[in-house]
Design a protein around this ligand. Structure first.
Ligand code: MIC
Ligand code: SF4
Length: 644
């Protein structure tokens, strides 16, 4: 039987397991990436493994999330990361050089390679035919140490594209349509692989935008074939050597095929406050907007900036709108400048910011109270923008610019003639924002600021778990709820004691106090618990506060892996109705939990104070069980190393 692109890449990298959907496998990782907000912790973890140099083909450390140097802490983190890169043989992409996913696509992503990144939107590189997966920092640290990455073999869903996008409709509309159909949990356990005649009508950066937002489906990754379009892109990036052809076999089998006729798509928009609340733009047209931003790793490529520029020819921004541009990379900015695209933007009144994540992670650009903000970003989870009760909509650059001109949500087709952007045959490539690895970094001193605190130690799991349900939450809780970001909290990413004060702070401001008082803590939740960001701080900081188990209806992939890595036992209700039984603040007992885990039991009984019981499932691999028993992955690895 023929293979899909995903299966071909996995087969080439398989070091353990069998390629049967849902079964545990381990794959070799060729490339890694980190960004500053997850990177500081990932490198503290890497250091603690004790390897002198990274063992991947290529590892890159990006600084893009926190560029707001409001005090010494952030600048210290940047220096720490630069010195780590120099010591351990990594590329270092300097602050302002661009968003990790955009820069990686431009400069490093290569067809057929595996990439593991400590950021959930790492699959963007799937636009260039890589199998790129987001993971927690510790998993990335392990990959840098040459260890394989463990995951369950995904199902491969085929997205069959036909036709061609019409004027004013773009890649973002394709993935918004898919989010409308499948929801934020529609991709869990799956890789979305695109094929069919419509694929060749999409550029690599368009494919990157689609692959990027595949993360919001909960998908493990998104993969595009590597074809002549990929070759032309790599050539334009002066990296034609990285090209190999990679397409699915004619008789490849997908677990499911979803057909999208590109010709029939129209501009789409995700309403507050979830990326899957998608409707047609014309269904919400006319609502006044106060802010419009083009940016983020989803939509800040050369094309996206040029679309906005062309649409603004002889037009101006509405007087009530703040129109902002966050270019994806310095390469985008430089090429847009040379092509003359900045002129219209500046003239029309756009606020042009530096290249980075900025408002996407709440680092500035918070919208005004009770107003609508339209963004080409990835996520609109409640409060992520930095404003309470925010109303953030997600859309394409076309819809964004049209709405900025009109001052109300606008179907861009109302503007008349559409922009026609042609991509450069050769981009101006200037890598002076990327510092390459040095031959021998052994004498380099790591520069550690006072806010960089060592990793806390965690004890192994007790035989019986007694824990208090300090918090019970609903469905679709995001890692932004568990461990918020934004300008106040992001500078604490390398300081676990300090950041732990903010765990669940948006839901219960006293959570950290209550958790510490409770001793052992159990969290109860609904479906798709932990969706969104890959931040391992959403496991590490709760663990620091005493969280030992989570009982939910279902988990998002990366968060579940992070819980295991930090010794928090992920459990699911055998009968989802039992969710209603458990009350906040009650004490639960799980007798023999450790033994159950280590003996491979697939369920355990939980006792409520009333004497009533319910059953929870332990859906875990053998490796997961050992890690949990040891109290986390670092404990387990260290125990193994000392036993050698
Ligand atoms: C995000 O978009 O939520 C982030 C910020 O990029 C996160 C990473 C982080 O929290 O540092 C992600 O997507 O993984
Ligand atoms: Fe940065 Fe936003 Fe992309 Fe996350 S989603 S990497 S915060 S631009």
């Amino acid at each position: 039987m023929g293979l899909t692109v995903t299966e071909k890449i996995i087969a080439n990298h398989l070091v353990q397991g069998e390629m049967a959907p849902g079964k545990p496998i381990a794959i070799r990782i060729d490339q890694t990436l980190t960004q500053d907000a997850t990177g500081t912790m990932a490198y503290l973890e890497f250091e603690s493994i004790g390897i002198p140099r990274v063992r991947t083909e290529l590892s890159v450390s990006y600084v893009d999330h926190n560029l707001l140097q409001s005090d010494f802490r952030n600048a210290d983190d940047h220096r720490f990361l630069q010195s780590i890169a120099e010591k351990y043989g990594l590329y270092f992409s300097r602050p302002g050089n661009g968003i990790c996913h955009q820069v990686h696509l431009e400069r490093f992503a290569a067809p057929g390679k595996t990439l593991l990144g400590s950021d959930s939107h790492t699959p963007t590189a799937g636009g260039a035919g890589a199998l790129a997966i987001g993971a927690g920092g510790l998993d990335v640290a392990m990959a840098m140490a040459g260890q394989p990455f463990h995951l369950n073999m995904p199902e491969v869903v085929g997205i069959y594209l036909t036709g061609e996008l019409q004027a004013w409709v773009s890649a973002k509309d394709v993935i918004l349509e898919l989010l409308r159909q499948l929801s934020v949990k529609g991709g869990v356990g799956k890789v979305m692989e695109y094929f069919g005649p419509g694929v060749e009508t999409l550029s690599v950066t368009d494919r990157g935008a689609i692959a990027n937002l595949g993360t919001e489906l909960g998908a493990t990754s998104t993969v595009f074939p590597s074809d002549q379009v990929t070759k032309a892109f790599l050539k334009a990036q002066k990296r034609e050597d990285n090209w190999v052809e990679l397409v699915a076999d004619e008789d490849a089998r997908y677990s499911q095929v979803i057909e999208i006729d590109l010709t029939s798509l129209e501009p789409m928009i995700a309403c507050p406050s979830s990326p899957d609340k998608v409707v047609r733009v014309r269904d919400v047209a006319g609502k006044p907007v106060s802010q419009v931003i083009i940016g983020s790793c989803a939509n800040s490529s050369y094309r996206d900036i040029c679309v906005a520029s062309q649409a603004l020819q002889d037009r101006s921004i509405d007087r009530n709108v703040s129109f902002e541009i966050n270019p994806g990379s310095r390469q985008v900015l430089e090429n847009a400048d040379v092509a003359g695209a900045l002129k219209n933007l500046i003239h029309a009144g756009a606020r042009i910011h530096q290249c980075g994540c900025l408002g996407c992670i709440g680092m500035g650009q918070a919208p005004a109270t009770d107003t609508i903000s339209l963004r080409t970003f990835t996520r609109n989870f409640p409060g992520r923008s930095g404003t309470k009760n925010d109303q953030v909509y997600l859309c394409s650059p076309e819809t964004a610019v049209a709405s900025a001109i009109k001052g109300v949500i606008t179907d861009p087709r109302d503007l008349g003639a559409a922009p026609e952007v042609s991509l450069p045959e050769e981009y101006i490539v200037n890598d002076n924002g990327i510092i390459p690895p040095v031959e021998d970094g052994s004498s380099v001193e790591i520069i550690r600021g006072p806010n960089i605190k060592p990793l806390p130690d965690f004890e192994p799991l007790p035989e019986d778990l007694h824990g208090k349900v300090v918090l019970k939450v609903e469905d679709n809780i995001t890692t932004d709820h568990i461990m918020p970001a934004g300008s106040k909290i992001l500078p604490l990413r390398s300081n676990i004691p300090a950041i732990s004060e903010y765990v669940f702070s948006a839901i219960d401001p006293d959570f950290s106090i209550k958790a510490r008082e409770a001793g052992n803590v159990i969290i109860v939740g609904g479906e798709n618990y932990g969706q969104g960001s890959s931040r391992e701080h959403a496991a590490l900081a709760p663990r620091y506060l005493g969280v030992r188990a989570k009982i939910v209806k279902s988990f998002a992939r990366i968060h579940k892996a992070n819980l295991i890595n930090f010794g928090i036992v992920p459990m699911t209700f055998e009968d989802p109705e039992d969710y209603h039984k458990v009350q906040q603040d009650e004490e639960l007992v799980i007798p023999g939990l450790r033994q159950a885990l280590l003996s491979g039991a697939d369920s355990v009984t939980v006792k409520r104070p009333s004497g009533d019981t319910f059953v929870v499932r332990l859906d875990l691999s053998e490796r997961d069980r050992f890690i949990l028993g040891a109290g986390g992955l670092l404990n387990w690895v260290k125990a193994q190393l000392s036993a050698e």
